[in-house]
Design a protein around this ligand. Structure first.
Ligand code: CLR
Length: 433
């Protein structure tokens, strides 16, 4: 279990425990689905997409067999699969080392995109998803706060860190690739073990783009590319990350490289690796700071912590992928599980209760399609009723405000969710399914 040292960490840990956030999550996580194999009808992506040039994800009407049995809300929670990197970041006294690990965490999120060219279910307006892990000591919550444009506001808390932001993606099919552009700003607060100067520091960044490539060739895959700047607003450290676009050959595929600078613009660390596999760090010394990315070399691949002598060290390694339907990761597999202990704690809006997604998980594709249609019709009817009453839609658990540090608009979680959950006070939730 996690050892908390500083008083802000202790306070957060006590809050999570007092609000009984882990109640319902006592059972071991599931390691397989009821379905043994992915028996979705095999249809070429191109044959379906060719008539949909210029369309975005919300307007695409694809057969349900292009879906995987996850909601985009659950897909977004997969960002925290490797949250132990943040726990580790908090242990360092040197803020540039904290930045190095935070940067590796932001890149670790893309490991889940390998072999996952399926469409998650579009969340319904007001749909929510919660997830907690006793081993990670965090609680995650997200709500679909807007339908057009689709925006999911998310908020994760753990003794040593918070991770929050909005998944607000612009997507479109240009005839060759399917491009997903992230518009939202993402935040991490770290509560360092040694909080001599600051009890809590704020980082922010914008995610790189996801692109589905290889559609015409019949071998679609997700690529992640672009430049990312991660800023520590509290100390002035920053990191520049570059995700290399997948070229015509596979040389340089999945590659990510970056440099960490302190507030005086001095380069102190370099990092690099492959977002589908592992990321290494290296201290910049008088002998230079080049990082070789030789995949064959397995030296130093044990997680031994940072090396100060200028030699390369492993920061993160992706988990083994289980062989399960829909190519879900071992983490993704656990998200839609519905353990009997948890059920009485869930609000009626939780993604786990979505009937179409549940049918999909059992391989009942016709039923999934029917139910999907039904809940979407219900959503449109609710919208019409609101319009007739002249009412604006207001999200239940988040409120949009100016961020105190970046001054950008962000979705602030009011925290009330976990208290209501503890007391089983969910009777005022909308009936969306
Ligand atoms: C990537 C990791 C980010 C959060 C995130 C948001 C949107 C997701 C994206 C991730 C992965 C790729 C994704 C995308 C939405 C649609 C797209 C799932 C999880 C899929 C591959 C589009 C498939 C569409 C075709 C079937 C037409 O932190």
């Amino acid at each position: 279990s996690l050892i908390v040292i500083s008083s802000p960490q202790v306070e957060k840990k006590n809050q999570l425990l007092k609000e009984e956030s882990f109640v319902g999550y006592e059972d071991p996580v599931r390691t397989k689905l009821a379905l043994d194999e992915d028996n979705r009808p095999k249809v070429g992506l191109w044959s379906v997409l060719k008539s949909m040039v210029g369309q975005d994800l919300t307007k695409l009407t694809l057969p349900v067999s292009f879906n995987e049995p996850t909601s985009l809300l659950q897909r977004v929670s997969e960002d925290i699969e490797y949250s132990h990197i943040l726990d580790q970041a908090a242990t360092f006294e040197d803020s540039s080392l904290r930045m190095l690990f935070v940067a590796a965490f932001t890149a670790s999120m893309y490991a889940s995109t390998t072999n996952r060219v399926s469409k998650p279910f579009n969340p319904l307006l007001g749909e929510t998803f919660e997830y907690a892990r006793t081993d990670g000591q965090y609680r995650f919550f997200t709500e679909q706060v807007s339908h057009h444009p689709p925006i999911s506001a998310t908020w994760t808390e753990s003794p040593k860190w918070d991770f929050y932001g909005e998944c607000n993606v612009d997507s479109s099919f240009n005839g060759r690739t399917f491009a997903v552009q992230h518009l939202g700003l993402w935040y991490i607060n770290i509560r360092p073990d040694y909080n001599n100067d600051v009890p809590e520091e704020t980082y922010s960044w914008k995610k790189p783009n996801n692109t589905v490539i290889g559609i015409l060739m019949g071998k679609p895959q997700v690529d992640n590319s672009g430049d990312v700047r991660i800023t520590n607003h509290t100390t002035g450290d920053y990191c520049m990350l570059h995700y290399k676009a997948h070229g015509w050959t596979s040389a340089g595929a999945y590659e990510v490289r970056g440099e960490v600078f302190n507030k005086n613009n001095t380069k102190v660390w370099v990092l690099g690796g492959h977002w589908n596999d592992s990321i290494y760090g290296k201290k910049v010394t008088s002998r230079g700071g080049e990082l070789t990315l030789d995949r064959m070399k397995t030296a130093n691949s044990a997680m031994g912590g940072p090396k100060l002598d200028g030699s390369k060290f492993l920061i993160w390694k992706a988990n083994e992928r289980p062989s399960v339907p829909f190519n879900l990761t071992s983490f993704a597999l656990t998200l839609n599980a519905l353990p009997p202990h948890l059920l009485p704690y869930l609000p009626p809006t939780d993604s786990r209760l979505r009937p179409d997604q549940r049918a999909m998980e059992y391989g009942e594709y016709d039923k999934a399609a029917e139910e999907k249609h039904r809940v979407e019709v219900k959503q449109r009817a609710a919208k019409k009723e609101r319009e007739q009453r002249g009412e604006d839609y207001k999200p239940k658990w988040f409120i949009q405000e100016e961020h105190p540090v970046t001054k950008s608009l962000y979705w602030k979680f009011d925290g009330d969710y976990w208290i209501k959950r503890k007391d089983h006070k969910f009777e005022n939730c909308a009936d969306i399914y």
